[in-house]
Design a protein. Structure first.
Length: 567
Protein backbone atom coordinates (compact mmCIF):
# COMPACT_ATOMS: atom_id res chain seq x y z
CA UNK A 1 0.00 0.00 0.00
CA UNK A 2 1.29 3.47 -0.91
CA UNK A 3 -0.31 6.65 0.44
CA UNK A 4 0.61 10.14 -0.80
CA UNK A 5 1.26 12.91 1.72
CA UNK A 6 2.97 16.29 1.47
CA UNK A 7 6.38 16.92 3.02
CA UNK A 8 4.99 19.25 5.69
CA UNK A 9 2.26 16.73 6.61
CA UNK A 10 4.94 14.12 7.12
CA UNK A 11 7.11 16.44 9.25
CA UNK A 12 4.24 17.37 11.55
CA UNK A 13 2.34 14.08 11.55
CA UNK A 14 4.56 11.15 10.55
CA UNK A 15 7.70 11.23 12.67
CA UNK A 16 9.41 8.01 13.82
CA UNK A 17 7.41 6.45 16.65
CA UNK A 18 4.27 8.43 15.82
CA UNK A 19 0.96 6.76 14.98
CA UNK A 20 -1.40 7.86 12.23
CA UNK A 21 -4.68 6.93 10.57
CA UNK A 22 -4.03 5.90 6.96
CA UNK A 23 -6.52 4.27 4.63
CA UNK A 24 -8.89 3.34 7.44
CA UNK A 25 -6.22 1.65 9.57
CA UNK A 26 -3.77 2.64 12.29
CA UNK A 27 -0.06 2.61 11.58
CA UNK A 28 3.13 3.46 13.43
CA UNK A 29 6.05 5.12 11.67
CA UNK A 30 9.08 2.84 11.68
CA UNK A 31 11.53 5.11 9.87
CA UNK A 32 12.09 7.67 7.15
CA UNK A 33 13.60 5.82 4.21
CA UNK A 34 16.92 7.18 2.97
CA UNK A 35 16.30 10.72 4.29
CA UNK A 36 18.09 13.56 2.54
CA UNK A 37 20.78 15.42 4.53
CA UNK A 38 20.06 19.11 5.13
CA UNK A 39 23.21 21.17 5.42
CA UNK A 40 22.82 23.62 8.30
CA UNK A 41 25.35 25.47 10.39
CA UNK A 42 26.11 23.11 13.28
CA UNK A 43 26.81 25.89 15.78
CA UNK A 44 23.43 27.45 15.05
CA UNK A 45 21.68 24.07 15.28
CA UNK A 46 23.27 23.20 18.61
CA UNK A 47 22.58 26.64 20.09
CA UNK A 48 18.95 26.53 18.96
CA UNK A 49 18.42 23.04 20.34
CA UNK A 50 20.02 23.93 23.67
CA UNK A 51 17.53 26.77 24.00
CA UNK A 52 14.61 24.54 22.97
CA UNK A 53 15.44 21.77 25.46
CA UNK A 54 16.16 24.14 28.35
CA UNK A 55 12.95 23.12 30.23
CA UNK A 56 13.96 19.44 30.10
CA UNK A 57 17.58 20.16 30.96
CA UNK A 58 16.48 22.15 34.00
CA UNK A 59 14.49 19.16 35.32
CA UNK A 60 17.07 16.55 34.34
CA UNK A 61 14.68 15.04 31.79
CA UNK A 62 16.58 15.69 28.55
CA UNK A 63 18.05 12.16 28.28
CA UNK A 64 21.57 13.59 28.18
CA UNK A 65 20.92 15.64 25.05
CA UNK A 66 22.07 18.89 26.63
CA UNK A 67 25.37 17.35 27.69
CA UNK A 68 25.94 15.95 24.20
CA UNK A 69 25.18 19.28 22.53
CA UNK A 70 27.51 21.18 24.84
CA UNK A 71 30.19 18.61 23.96
CA UNK A 72 29.68 19.73 20.34
CA UNK A 73 28.32 16.44 19.12
CA UNK A 74 27.19 16.64 15.49
CA UNK A 75 23.46 16.87 14.88
CA UNK A 76 22.41 15.03 11.74
CA UNK A 77 19.62 17.08 10.17
CA UNK A 78 17.63 15.22 7.52
CA UNK A 79 14.66 15.94 5.32
CA UNK A 80 12.09 13.75 3.66
CA UNK A 81 13.14 11.75 0.60
CA UNK A 82 10.05 12.29 -1.55
CA UNK A 83 10.88 9.27 -3.72
CA UNK A 84 11.38 6.82 -0.85
CA UNK A 85 8.95 8.25 1.69
CA UNK A 86 8.19 6.82 5.14
CA UNK A 87 7.93 3.19 6.21
CA UNK A 88 4.98 2.40 8.48
CA UNK A 89 3.81 -0.75 10.25
CA UNK A 90 0.36 -1.77 11.58
CA UNK A 91 0.01 -0.80 15.23
CA UNK A 92 -1.38 -1.89 17.59
CA UNK A 93 -1.54 -5.56 16.43
CA UNK A 94 -4.96 -6.16 17.96
CA UNK A 95 -7.95 -6.86 15.74
CA UNK A 96 -11.56 -7.12 16.90
CA UNK A 97 -14.14 -9.27 15.17
CA UNK A 98 -16.99 -7.00 14.19
CA UNK A 99 -19.49 -9.80 14.82
CA UNK A 100 -18.58 -11.24 18.23
CA UNK A 101 -15.92 -8.90 19.56
CA UNK A 102 -13.20 -11.56 19.73
CA UNK A 103 -9.68 -10.04 19.58
CA UNK A 104 -6.97 -11.63 17.44
CA UNK A 105 -3.31 -10.78 16.86
CA UNK A 106 -3.61 -10.68 13.06
CA UNK A 107 -6.11 -9.04 10.75
CA UNK A 108 -6.62 -12.15 8.60
CA UNK A 109 -7.02 -14.58 11.50
CA UNK A 110 -10.30 -16.53 11.15
CA UNK A 111 -12.82 -16.06 13.94
CA UNK A 112 -14.55 -19.06 15.54
CA UNK A 113 -17.91 -17.32 15.16
CA UNK A 114 -17.53 -17.27 11.41
CA UNK A 115 -17.16 -13.51 11.20
CA UNK A 116 -15.06 -12.38 8.25
CA UNK A 117 -14.39 -8.75 9.11
CA UNK A 118 -12.10 -7.35 11.79
CA UNK A 119 -11.51 -3.78 12.99
CA UNK A 120 -8.27 -2.56 14.52
CA UNK A 121 -8.26 -1.60 18.19
CA UNK A 122 -7.31 2.06 18.60
CA UNK A 123 -5.94 1.98 22.16
CA UNK A 124 -2.24 2.21 23.03
CA UNK A 125 -0.23 2.45 26.24
CA UNK A 126 2.17 5.23 27.17
CA UNK A 127 4.26 6.47 30.08
CA UNK A 128 6.05 9.69 31.02
CA UNK A 129 9.39 7.95 30.56
CA UNK A 130 8.71 7.75 26.81
CA UNK A 131 7.65 4.10 26.62
CA UNK A 132 4.69 3.07 24.50
CA UNK A 133 3.17 -0.13 23.23
CA UNK A 134 0.06 -2.19 22.75
CA UNK A 135 -2.18 -2.71 25.79
CA UNK A 136 -1.92 -6.01 27.62
CA UNK A 137 -5.15 -7.95 27.14
CA UNK A 138 -6.64 -10.25 29.82
CA UNK A 139 -7.20 -13.76 28.45
CA UNK A 140 -9.38 -16.61 29.69
CA UNK A 141 -7.18 -19.16 31.43
CA UNK A 142 -9.31 -21.99 30.08
CA UNK A 143 -9.81 -20.94 26.47
CA UNK A 144 -6.88 -18.50 26.02
CA UNK A 145 -9.23 -16.07 24.30
CA UNK A 146 -10.54 -12.57 24.87
CA UNK A 147 -13.32 -10.46 23.45
CA UNK A 148 -14.39 -6.90 24.07
CA UNK A 149 -17.70 -5.15 24.38
CA UNK A 150 -17.43 -1.56 23.22
CA UNK A 151 -19.35 1.07 25.21
CA UNK A 152 -19.75 3.45 22.28
CA UNK A 153 -17.21 5.92 23.70
CA UNK A 154 -13.46 6.34 23.50
CA UNK A 155 -13.00 5.90 27.26
CA UNK A 156 -10.76 2.91 27.98
CA UNK A 157 -12.19 2.41 31.48
CA UNK A 158 -15.62 1.63 30.04
CA UNK A 159 -14.45 -1.32 27.94
CA UNK A 160 -15.68 -4.75 29.07
CA UNK A 161 -13.47 -7.76 28.37
CA UNK A 162 -14.89 -11.29 28.47
CA UNK A 163 -14.20 -14.76 27.15
CA UNK A 164 -15.96 -15.35 23.79
CA UNK A 165 -16.32 -19.07 24.61
CA UNK A 166 -17.52 -19.25 28.24
CA UNK A 167 -18.67 -15.60 28.44
CA UNK A 168 -16.86 -15.13 31.75
CA UNK A 169 -15.96 -11.54 32.62
CA UNK A 170 -12.21 -10.96 32.52
CA UNK A 171 -12.11 -7.42 33.95
CA UNK A 172 -14.43 -5.19 35.88
CA UNK A 173 -13.77 -2.39 33.45
CA UNK A 174 -10.95 -1.23 31.26
CA UNK A 175 -7.54 -2.72 30.64
CA UNK A 176 -5.66 -4.50 33.45
CA UNK A 177 -2.77 -2.78 35.21
CA UNK A 178 0.41 -2.94 33.17
CA UNK A 179 3.67 -1.87 34.87
CA UNK A 180 6.18 0.17 32.92
CA UNK A 181 9.60 -1.35 32.41
CA UNK A 182 11.18 1.80 33.85
CA UNK A 183 9.88 0.72 37.26
CA UNK A 184 8.18 4.04 37.94
CA UNK A 185 4.48 3.21 37.98
CA UNK A 186 2.11 1.78 35.41
CA UNK A 187 1.33 2.42 31.79
CA UNK A 188 -1.66 4.58 30.93
CA UNK A 189 -4.08 3.71 28.14
CA UNK A 190 -5.85 5.97 25.69
CA UNK A 191 -6.66 6.29 21.99
CA UNK A 192 -3.59 6.54 19.77
CA UNK A 193 -4.47 10.01 18.44
CA UNK A 194 -4.32 11.68 21.87
CA UNK A 195 -1.62 14.33 22.22
CA UNK A 196 -0.31 12.71 25.42
CA UNK A 197 0.65 9.60 23.44
CA UNK A 198 3.09 11.45 21.18
CA UNK A 199 3.94 15.14 21.45
CA UNK A 200 6.60 16.11 18.89
CA UNK A 201 8.96 18.87 19.97
CA UNK A 202 10.10 21.43 17.42
CA UNK A 203 12.68 24.18 17.15
CA UNK A 204 12.99 26.94 14.57
CA UNK A 205 16.19 28.60 13.44
CA UNK A 206 17.23 31.03 10.76
CA UNK A 207 19.95 29.64 8.54
CA UNK A 208 21.77 31.16 5.57
CA UNK A 209 20.73 29.75 2.18
CA UNK A 210 24.35 28.74 1.65
CA UNK A 211 26.02 26.96 4.63
CA UNK A 212 29.34 28.43 3.52
CA UNK A 213 27.93 31.85 4.43
CA UNK A 214 27.45 30.69 8.02
CA UNK A 215 31.04 29.49 8.23
CA UNK A 216 32.27 32.78 6.76
CA UNK A 217 30.19 34.83 9.20
CA UNK A 218 31.59 32.98 12.19
CA UNK A 219 35.15 32.91 10.88
CA UNK A 220 35.06 36.67 10.31
CA UNK A 221 34.29 37.44 13.94
CA UNK A 222 30.99 35.65 14.39
CA UNK A 223 28.41 37.14 16.65
CA UNK A 224 30.62 40.02 17.77
CA UNK A 225 30.80 41.49 14.26
CA UNK A 226 27.09 40.81 13.75
CA UNK A 227 26.23 42.58 17.00
CA UNK A 228 28.35 45.58 16.04
CA UNK A 229 26.44 45.66 12.77
CA UNK A 230 23.11 45.72 14.66
CA UNK A 231 24.37 48.46 16.95
CA UNK A 232 25.31 50.49 13.88
CA UNK A 233 21.70 50.31 12.67
CA UNK A 234 22.12 47.44 10.17
CA UNK A 235 22.88 49.97 7.48
CA UNK A 236 25.26 47.67 5.56
CA UNK A 237 24.03 44.45 3.98
CA UNK A 238 27.15 42.55 5.02
CA UNK A 239 28.07 42.65 8.73
CA UNK A 240 31.58 41.45 7.91
CA UNK A 241 32.30 44.36 5.57
CA UNK A 242 35.14 46.60 6.55
CA UNK A 243 38.17 45.95 8.74
CA UNK A 244 38.26 43.31 11.43
CA UNK A 245 37.57 44.64 14.93
CA UNK A 246 38.90 43.96 18.40
CA UNK A 247 35.63 42.31 19.50
CA UNK A 248 35.50 40.28 16.30
CA UNK A 249 39.01 38.94 16.83
CA UNK A 250 38.30 38.10 20.47
CA UNK A 251 35.25 36.10 19.38
CA UNK A 252 37.20 34.36 16.61
CA UNK A 253 39.90 33.24 19.05
CA UNK A 254 37.29 32.29 21.63
CA UNK A 255 35.50 30.09 19.07
CA UNK A 256 38.85 28.43 18.33
CA UNK A 257 38.95 27.24 21.94
CA UNK A 258 41.34 29.77 23.44
CA UNK A 259 40.80 31.15 26.91
CA UNK A 260 39.26 34.58 27.35
CA UNK A 261 42.56 36.06 28.55
CA UNK A 262 44.57 34.59 25.66
CA UNK A 263 41.94 35.64 23.12
CA UNK A 264 42.06 39.24 24.33
CA UNK A 265 45.85 39.28 24.43
CA UNK A 266 46.15 38.09 20.81
CA UNK A 267 43.40 40.42 19.62
CA UNK A 268 44.99 43.43 21.29
CA UNK A 269 48.33 42.50 19.73
CA UNK A 270 46.71 42.56 16.27
CA UNK A 271 45.19 45.97 17.02
CA UNK A 272 48.56 47.30 18.23
CA UNK A 273 50.09 46.21 14.91
CA UNK A 274 47.39 48.03 13.00
CA UNK A 275 45.90 44.80 11.64
CA UNK A 276 42.48 45.39 13.20
CA UNK A 277 40.34 48.29 14.31
CA UNK A 278 40.71 49.11 17.97
CA UNK A 279 38.48 50.94 20.38
CA UNK A 280 35.22 49.85 21.96
CA UNK A 281 32.56 49.73 19.26
CA UNK A 282 30.03 48.18 21.57
CA UNK A 283 30.11 44.41 21.08
CA UNK A 284 32.91 44.10 23.60
CA UNK A 285 31.06 45.71 26.50
CA UNK A 286 30.82 43.76 29.74
CA UNK A 287 27.98 41.27 29.48
CA UNK A 288 27.30 38.03 31.35
CA UNK A 289 28.51 35.08 29.28
CA UNK A 290 24.98 33.69 28.81
CA UNK A 291 23.66 37.09 27.66
CA UNK A 292 26.58 37.61 25.31
CA UNK A 293 26.17 34.19 23.70
CA UNK A 294 22.44 34.66 23.12
CA UNK A 295 22.89 38.23 21.86
CA UNK A 296 25.58 37.06 19.44
CA UNK A 297 23.37 34.23 18.11
CA UNK A 298 20.43 36.58 17.62
CA UNK A 299 22.64 39.02 15.76
CA UNK A 300 23.89 36.18 13.55
CA UNK A 301 20.28 35.18 12.89
CA UNK A 302 19.52 38.73 11.79
CA UNK A 303 22.56 38.74 9.54
CA UNK A 304 21.49 35.41 8.04
CA UNK A 305 17.94 36.66 7.53
CA UNK A 306 18.92 39.71 5.50
CA UNK A 307 21.50 37.92 3.35
CA UNK A 308 18.66 36.29 1.43
CA UNK A 309 17.58 39.75 0.28
CA UNK A 310 16.08 42.72 2.07
CA UNK A 311 14.00 45.69 1.03
CA UNK A 312 13.78 48.75 3.26
CA UNK A 313 11.35 51.60 2.92
CA UNK A 314 14.27 53.79 1.89
CA UNK A 315 15.02 51.35 -0.94
CA UNK A 316 11.48 51.78 -2.25
CA UNK A 317 11.76 55.56 -1.98
CA UNK A 318 14.88 55.52 -4.11
CA UNK A 319 13.34 53.30 -6.74
CA UNK A 320 10.00 54.93 -7.45
CA UNK A 321 8.28 58.15 -8.44
CA UNK A 322 5.22 60.06 -7.14
CA UNK A 323 2.64 59.25 -5.93
CA UNK A 324 4.24 56.14 -4.38
CA UNK A 325 7.32 58.14 -3.44
CA UNK A 326 5.14 60.56 -1.50
CA UNK A 327 3.40 57.61 0.19
CA UNK A 328 6.67 56.02 1.28
CA UNK A 329 8.33 59.24 2.42
CA UNK A 330 5.27 60.60 4.18
CA UNK A 331 2.61 58.14 5.34
CA UNK A 332 4.98 55.20 5.82
CA UNK A 333 7.45 57.24 7.85
CA UNK A 334 4.70 58.74 10.02
CA UNK A 335 3.07 55.36 10.63
CA UNK A 336 6.35 53.75 11.74
CA UNK A 337 7.02 56.68 14.05
CA UNK A 338 3.57 56.33 15.67
CA UNK A 339 4.17 52.60 16.09
CA UNK A 340 7.58 53.35 17.69
CA UNK A 341 9.41 51.30 15.11
CA UNK A 342 12.97 51.95 14.06
CA UNK A 343 12.25 50.18 10.80
CA UNK A 344 10.22 47.59 8.91
CA UNK A 345 11.92 45.52 6.22
CA UNK A 346 10.72 42.96 3.69
CA UNK A 347 12.72 39.74 3.63
CA UNK A 348 11.70 38.15 0.34
CA UNK A 349 13.86 35.05 0.78
CA UNK A 350 13.74 34.39 4.51
CA UNK A 351 15.59 31.12 5.24
CA UNK A 352 13.90 29.29 8.11
CA UNK A 353 14.42 25.71 9.21
CA UNK A 354 11.87 23.80 11.28
CA UNK A 355 13.40 20.89 13.18
CA UNK A 356 11.72 18.05 15.07
CA UNK A 357 14.33 17.00 17.63
CA UNK A 358 12.33 14.59 19.80
CA UNK A 359 9.04 13.84 21.51
CA UNK A 360 7.43 13.34 24.89
CA UNK A 361 4.64 11.14 26.16
CA UNK A 362 2.33 11.93 29.02
CA UNK A 363 2.44 15.35 30.66
CA UNK A 364 2.41 18.01 27.92
CA UNK A 365 4.13 20.72 29.97
CA UNK A 366 7.72 21.21 28.74
CA UNK A 367 10.14 19.58 31.17
CA UNK A 368 7.50 17.52 32.99
CA UNK A 369 7.87 14.27 31.02
CA UNK A 370 11.09 12.72 29.75
CA UNK A 371 12.26 14.06 26.41
CA UNK A 372 13.05 11.29 23.93
CA UNK A 373 15.52 12.74 21.40
CA UNK A 374 15.63 11.27 17.91
CA UNK A 375 18.77 9.22 17.43
CA UNK A 376 20.11 7.05 14.66
CA UNK A 377 22.89 4.56 15.34
CA UNK A 378 23.87 6.53 18.43
CA UNK A 379 23.97 9.90 16.68
CA UNK A 380 21.66 12.83 17.36
CA UNK A 381 19.18 13.28 14.54
CA UNK A 382 16.67 16.01 13.78
CA UNK A 383 13.98 15.72 11.14
CA UNK A 384 13.28 18.98 9.41
CA UNK A 385 12.59 21.13 6.44
CA UNK A 386 14.36 24.21 5.14
CA UNK A 387 12.12 26.71 3.42
CA UNK A 388 12.64 30.13 1.95
CA UNK A 389 9.62 32.27 2.47
CA UNK A 390 8.59 35.91 2.71
CA UNK A 391 8.83 37.74 6.00
CA UNK A 392 8.65 41.15 7.60
CA UNK A 393 11.30 42.30 10.05
CA UNK A 394 10.05 44.70 12.72
CA UNK A 395 12.71 46.62 14.68
CA UNK A 396 11.41 48.48 17.71
CA UNK A 397 12.83 51.89 18.51
CA UNK A 398 15.35 51.02 21.26
CA UNK A 399 15.22 54.46 22.85
CA UNK A 400 11.42 54.22 23.11
CA UNK A 401 11.74 50.73 24.60
CA UNK A 402 14.24 52.05 27.11
CA UNK A 403 11.95 54.93 28.12
CA UNK A 404 9.04 52.50 28.42
CA UNK A 405 11.01 50.32 30.83
CA UNK A 406 12.03 53.31 32.94
CA UNK A 407 8.39 54.43 33.18
CA UNK A 408 7.49 50.88 34.20
CA UNK A 409 9.71 51.34 37.28
CA UNK A 410 13.04 49.86 36.25
CA UNK A 411 16.15 51.68 37.42
CA UNK A 412 18.43 52.18 34.43
CA UNK A 413 21.22 54.66 33.71
CA UNK A 414 20.40 57.71 31.60
CA UNK A 415 20.90 57.34 27.84
CA UNK A 416 20.41 59.79 25.00
CA UNK A 417 20.42 57.74 21.79
CA UNK A 418 19.45 54.37 20.35
CA UNK A 419 22.94 52.92 20.45
CA UNK A 420 23.52 53.70 24.11
CA UNK A 421 20.03 52.35 24.92
CA UNK A 422 20.88 49.04 23.23
CA UNK A 423 24.23 48.77 24.99
CA UNK A 424 22.77 49.57 28.41
CA UNK A 425 20.06 46.94 28.05
CA UNK A 426 22.56 44.30 26.94
CA UNK A 427 24.52 45.00 30.11
CA UNK A 428 21.49 44.65 32.38
CA UNK A 429 18.96 42.20 30.91
CA UNK A 430 18.63 38.46 31.30
CA UNK A 431 15.94 37.27 28.89
CA UNK A 432 14.13 34.20 30.29
CA UNK A 433 13.55 31.01 28.37
CA UNK A 434 10.03 30.08 27.33
CA UNK A 435 9.11 28.03 30.40
CA UNK A 436 11.08 29.75 33.16
CA UNK A 437 9.05 30.56 36.26
CA UNK A 438 11.71 32.48 38.21
CA UNK A 439 13.33 35.14 36.07
CA UNK A 440 14.70 38.67 36.15
CA UNK A 441 11.95 41.31 36.15
CA UNK A 442 13.70 43.49 33.57
CA UNK A 443 14.31 40.61 31.17
CA UNK A 444 10.75 39.41 31.62
CA UNK A 445 9.33 42.85 30.83
CA UNK A 446 11.48 43.23 27.70
CA UNK A 447 10.36 39.84 26.45
CA UNK A 448 6.74 40.52 27.38
CA UNK A 449 6.75 43.79 25.41
CA UNK A 450 8.30 42.30 22.27
CA UNK A 451 6.23 39.12 22.42
CA UNK A 452 2.96 41.01 22.95
CA UNK A 453 3.85 43.35 20.08
CA UNK A 454 4.59 40.36 17.82
CA UNK A 455 1.28 38.63 18.65
CA UNK A 456 -0.77 41.75 18.03
CA UNK A 457 1.12 42.21 14.77
CA UNK A 458 0.29 38.69 13.58
CA UNK A 459 -3.36 38.92 14.55
CA UNK A 460 -3.85 42.25 12.74
CA UNK A 461 -1.51 41.50 9.84
CA UNK A 462 -3.27 38.28 8.87
CA UNK A 463 -6.36 40.18 7.70
CA UNK A 464 -4.36 42.72 5.70
CA UNK A 465 -2.24 40.03 4.03
CA UNK A 466 -5.14 37.70 3.31
CA UNK A 467 -3.42 34.84 5.15
CA UNK A 468 -4.88 32.54 7.79
CA UNK A 469 -3.62 33.50 11.22
CA UNK A 470 -2.00 30.08 11.67
CA UNK A 471 -0.23 30.66 8.35
CA UNK A 472 1.95 33.30 10.01
CA UNK A 473 4.62 32.60 12.60
CA UNK A 474 6.96 34.63 14.79
CA UNK A 475 10.70 34.59 15.32
CA UNK A 476 11.65 36.66 18.35
CA UNK A 477 14.97 38.48 18.75
CA UNK A 478 14.48 40.06 22.20
CA UNK A 479 18.13 41.00 22.78
CA UNK A 480 17.97 43.03 19.55
CA UNK A 481 14.48 44.42 20.31
CA UNK A 482 13.16 42.97 17.08
CA UNK A 483 10.98 40.19 15.75
CA UNK A 484 10.23 38.61 12.40
CA UNK A 485 6.81 37.59 11.13
CA UNK A 486 7.08 35.04 8.35
CA UNK A 487 4.70 33.05 6.18
CA UNK A 488 4.80 29.49 7.50
CA UNK A 489 4.37 28.03 4.04
CA UNK A 490 3.12 24.47 3.79
CA UNK A 491 3.81 24.10 0.09
CA UNK A 492 6.33 25.01 -2.57
CA UNK A 493 5.14 28.57 -3.10
CA UNK A 494 4.38 31.76 -1.20
CA UNK A 495 1.32 33.85 -1.97
CA UNK A 496 3.05 37.21 -1.57
CA UNK A 497 0.59 38.65 0.91
CA UNK A 498 3.27 40.13 3.16
CA UNK A 499 5.02 41.72 0.20
CA UNK A 500 1.75 43.28 -0.94
CA UNK A 501 1.17 44.82 2.50
CA UNK A 502 4.73 46.13 2.64
CA UNK A 503 4.60 47.72 -0.80
CA UNK A 504 1.10 49.22 -0.73
CA UNK A 505 -0.56 49.16 2.70
CA UNK A 506 2.08 49.29 5.42
CA UNK A 507 0.83 52.66 6.66
CA UNK A 508 -2.77 51.42 6.93
CA UNK A 509 -1.69 48.26 8.71
CA UNK A 510 0.46 50.13 11.24
CA UNK A 511 -2.32 52.63 11.86
CA UNK A 512 -4.68 49.74 12.59
CA UNK A 513 -2.05 48.13 14.82
CA UNK A 514 -1.79 51.27 16.96
CA UNK A 515 -5.32 52.65 16.82
CA UNK A 516 -7.43 49.52 16.23
CA UNK A 517 -9.56 47.92 18.93
CA UNK A 518 -7.33 47.01 21.87
CA UNK A 519 -9.94 45.77 24.30
CA UNK A 520 -10.62 42.07 24.79
CA UNK A 521 -14.15 40.63 24.40
CA UNK A 522 -13.53 38.71 27.63
CA UNK A 523 -12.63 41.77 29.72
CA UNK A 524 -12.61 42.42 32.62
CA UNK A 525 -11.82 38.75 33.24
CA UNK A 526 -8.95 38.71 30.76
CA UNK A 527 -7.47 41.93 32.08
CA UNK A 528 -7.51 40.71 35.68
CA UNK A 529 -6.25 37.25 34.69
CA UNK A 530 -3.04 38.30 32.99
CA UNK A 531 -4.11 40.47 30.05
CA UNK A 532 -3.84 37.82 27.35
CA UNK A 533 -6.19 35.09 26.19
CA UNK A 534 -7.42 33.31 23.07
CA UNK A 535 -9.72 36.23 22.26
CA UNK A 536 -7.05 38.93 22.17
CA UNK A 537 -3.40 37.84 22.03
CA UNK A 538 -3.01 34.06 22.03
CA UNK A 539 -1.91 32.25 18.87
CA UNK A 540 -1.86 28.60 17.85
CA UNK A 541 1.20 26.43 18.49
CA UNK A 542 2.47 26.58 14.89
CA UNK A 543 2.67 30.37 15.22
CA UNK A 544 3.99 30.74 18.78
CA UNK A 545 6.94 28.74 20.08
CA UNK A 546 6.75 30.46 23.47
CA UNK A 547 3.61 28.58 24.61
CA UNK A 548 1.64 31.86 24.76
CA UNK A 549 3.62 32.97 27.80
CA UNK A 550 5.03 36.44 28.47
CA UNK A 551 2.02 38.21 26.97
CA UNK A 552 0.05 41.15 28.31
CA UNK A 553 -1.98 43.83 26.50
CA UNK A 554 -1.05 46.29 29.22
CA UNK A 555 2.49 46.37 27.83
CA UNK A 556 1.02 47.91 24.69
CA UNK A 557 -2.13 49.71 25.81
CA UNK A 558 -1.97 50.07 29.60
CA UNK A 559 -1.48 53.30 31.50
CA UNK A 560 2.14 53.44 30.34
CA UNK A 561 1.59 51.23 27.31
CA UNK A 562 4.16 51.24 24.55
CA UNK A 563 1.61 52.12 21.86
CA UNK A 564 -0.60 54.62 23.67
CA UNK A 565 -0.59 58.09 22.14
CA UNK A 566 0.43 59.83 25.34
CA UNK A 567 3.57 57.70 25.62
Amino acid sequence: MRVERGASQVLFGLLPGQTADLEGRIWRVAQWLDPVPIQLDQDAVRTTLLGAIAPWTATGMDDGLGRELRARMTVEVVGLNMDRGVLVEPFPPQWRCKQCGSIARARDERCSCGGKSRAQMQFVTYHNCGASGAPMLPRCRTHNAVAVRLPGTATAQELRFFCPSCRAALTRGGFPFQPCNCGNGGMLVTVHRAAVVFSPRFAVLVNPPDPADAARLRAAGGGARALEWVLDGMSADDPTAGRQTLAGLVETFRQAGLSEATARELAQAAVDKGEAEGGNRGADVAMPDAVRDRAYEEALSLASAVRGGRTRVSDMVAGTTPPLRTLYEGAYHDAMRRAHLEGVELLANFPVATLAFGYTRGDLAPGAARLVPFRDRGHIRAYGSLSRTEALLFRLDPLRVYQHLVKAGHTLPAVNDSRSARLSLLQHIEIPYATEELYQDLGGDVLRLIHSYAHRTIRRLAAFAGIERDGLAEYLLPHQMAFIVYAASRGDFVLGGLQAVFETALHRFLTDLVEGESRCPLDPGCRSGGGACMACLHLGEPSCRWFNRFLNRSELFGEYGFLVKAH
